[in-house]
Design a protein around this ligand. Structure first.
Ligand SMILES: NC(=O)c1ccc[n+]([C@@H]2O[C@H](COP(=O)([O-])OP(=O)(O)OC[C@H]3O[C@@H](n4cnc5c(N)ncnc54)[C@H](O)[C@@H]3O)[C@@H](O)[C@H]2O)c1
Ligand SMILES: [Zn+2]
Length: 352
């Protein structure tokens, strides 16, 4: 799978892949992006020199559900797409995840190409082959692994991205720092997200993708090692799911930031502790705060959070399993933590 990173790529998209083999091409996007990136959509049309079907969905995580997929499938049938067609997902993680899933299941699978347009989806969601939707209260509860034919990352698309979305991406970027080691962690926490130049952002995108894809290559189906990418996500997903039902939904990277702050203390809970890991948890928290991301939230009931955590798909045979950092540069998967320890920690961290 080809990943192409650069500037002004969409104007010459016809040179990046062989599009002639596809019977039809559709672009899936959300209504915000359709407006913000109107000129990029017309660049794609001009470069491909062919008719494009545009399929739009409303924006936001709340749309990442099976109803929206149904609407996309309907539109695909109505506009005559078939198994030899191509779906281009132009958008953030929501569009890439849902579009990948709709394409992977349409007529038993058609090709798709990802053009992630948020920093978060550029460093994370656009690669790795995970597609899917949220179901009941479970984030990404339904989905399949299927790789796009490629991913095009055009940093020009970030020019219209709201600042809160840019900052949120640093939730995942800092996670990559915790996984890979001090050098990258220190670089990405060295200044505020909005202070990085476009060239520095390209460097960050490349490095984050390298970290993620090295792991994904070694364990594509998340049997073991890949689980380390879930650091911060067990508690993060629970908080994110609950926040979606309120009038102040958290962004994915914000929820992951809170998740990482809390989870990085799990290994230094008194029962399991060492002074080194207490210091590490402090370093992670400082980095997260410095980026302008939240580290705690107190508006959810402890029992509600526990309920969602207990249904997390990373659990196995009723055991609550976490990916936790032993130090910056070493995250370990499959650590079983008891309900009691988690409850105490949540109480100490969130309600203090
Ligand atoms: N598949 C994976 O491996 C993976 C990894 C991480 C996250 N995810 C998923 O990604 C989702 C979050 O993705 P996201 O943060 O990109 O959110 P998103 O897709 O909801 O996009 C955020 C907002 O920004 C707008 N937007 C997007 N690009 C824009 C641009 N260039 N200019 C102006 N506005 C723009 C969108 O309309 C939306 O309102 C979550 O559902 C998460 O589960 C998936
Ligand atoms: Zn994530």
């Amino acid at each position: 799978m080809k990943i192409i990173i650069g500037k002004n790529l969409l104007a010459k998209i016809n040179r990046l892949f062989d599009f002639s083999k596809f019977s039809k091409i559709a672009v899936l996007t959300d209504v915000n992006i359709q407006i913000s990136l109107m000129s990029q959509i017309s660049q794609i049309r001009k470069s491909l020199k062919r008719e494009l079907t545009i399929i739009t969905i409303p924006p936001g995580e709340s749309q990442k559900n099976i109803e929206t997929v149904k609407n996309i499938w309907e539109k695909m049938f109505e506009t005559g797409l078939d198994r030899k067609s191509l779906l281009i997902n132009l958008g953030g993680g929501v569009v890439c995840d849902i579009g990948g899933f709709a394409a992977a299941t349409f007529m038993r699978g058609m090709d798709f190409l990802n053009i992630p347009t948020t920093l978060l989806s550029q460093v994370d969601a656009g690669i790795g082959g995970k597609t899917g939707v949220d179901f009941l209260e479970i984030k990404n509860g339904i989905g399949v692994f299927k790789n796009p034919i490629g991913t095009i990352i055009d940093v020009e698309t970030l020019k219209t991205l709201p600042k809160r979305e840019l900052v949120s991406a640093f939730g995942e970027i800092i996670k990559h720092g915790v996984i890979s080691g001090r050098e990258y962690f220190d670089f990405v926490t060295s200044k505020k997200p909005e202070e990085f130049s476009q060239d520095e952002l390209i460097k960050i995108i490349k490095q984050s993708i390298k970290i993620k894809s090295d792991i994904v290559k070694r364990d594509p189906k998340e049997k073991n090692l890949r689980k380390i990418l879930n650091f911060g996500h067990t508690i993060g997903h629970a908080i994110e799911s609950l926040s979606l039902k309120t009038d102040k939904p958290l962004l994915h990277g914000e929820a992951v930031a809170i998740g990482m702050t809390i989870e990085s203390n799990l290994l230094c809970h008194p029962v399991l502790t060492s002074e080194v890991s207490t210091r590490m948890a402090g370093t992670i928290k400082n980095g997260i705060e410095n980026a302008g991301l939240p580290t705690k939230i107190d508006r959810f009931e402890l029992e509600d959070i526990m309920k969602v955590i207990s249904s997390d798909k990373k659990n196995f045979k009723g055991k609550l399993l976490f990916s936790l950092p032993e130090r910056i540069g070493k995250v370990i998967p499959n650590i079983e933590i008891s309900q009691e320890v988690i409850k105490n920690l949540l109480q100490a961290q969130m309600y203090s």
